[in-house]
Design a protein around this ligand. Structure first.
Ligand code: S3P
Length: 193
């Protein structure tokens, strides 16, 4: 499916902040983020990768050695830095929105997109590797369901929601571009744009 070049142009003209992707693990934030950044010709950064790079450890290692609160504090600081780096696409870890400062930063400094997927999709995708320490504390399906219930009201504050599904990734990209375009063209143009 072709992306409308005129929409890309309008988005690039009007975008004056980073685009941040939020949503549950396995929803497809990183994949969509990479595709969106390629399409918009923007840099892509993933907060989990940045945390791993800064710590010199994988996320499971950080959880194991230092615990979740330590990881969350690093996550808050990394996302704050990434949102201050100008216009780029930032994919965040699923629990980033547990921090109220991060929620405020996402609201004030980014155009935030909630990438939403069905439980079955999240379960299937997260079962492919061992990267999510929170899913090792019990039945992954139950944990994903509980986390979704607790987090959906916060994800739902994002002005844009993209439905991720098991169909072609390009369709999800087209949906994201369309919704970003509609959102930005309803905003008044800023002086910078
Ligand atoms: C987490 C999601 C993970 C990672 C960590 C905790 C969560 O990121 O930050 O394992 O609390 O939902 P992804 O959403 O990229 O899998």
């Amino acid at each position: 499916m072709a992306i409308d070049e005129q929409k890309i142009f309008s988005i690039r003209t009007r975008l004056d902040r980073p685009v941040a992707l939020i949503g549950m693990m396995g929803a497809g934030k990183t994949r969509l983020g990479r595709m969106l950044s390629d399409t918009l010709n923007l840099k892509f950064v993933d907060s989990d990768e940045e945390i791993e790079r800064a710590a010199g450890l994988t996320i499971p290692e950080i959880f194991e050695k230092f615990g979740e609160p330590y990881f969350r504090d690093g996550e808050r600081r990394v996302i704050k830095r990434l949102l201050d780096q100008g216009i780029q696409v930032v994919s965040t870890g699923g629990g980033a929105i547990l921090n109220t400062d991060t929620v405020a930063d996402l609201r004030d400094k980014a155009v935030t997109i909630w990438v939403k997927a069905d439980l079955a999709i999240m379960l299937e995708r997260t079962s492919k590797n061992d990267k999510r320490p929170l899913l090792k504390n019990g039945n992954p399906e139950d944990i994903l369901r509980q986390l979704s219930e607790a987090r959906y009201p916060i994800y739902g504050q994002a002005p844009i929601c993209v439905e991720s599904h098991s169909g072609p990734a390009e369709d999800i990209l087209v949906q994201a571009v369309d919704k970003l375009y509609v959102y930005l063209t309803r905003q008044p143009l800023t002086e910078a744009s």
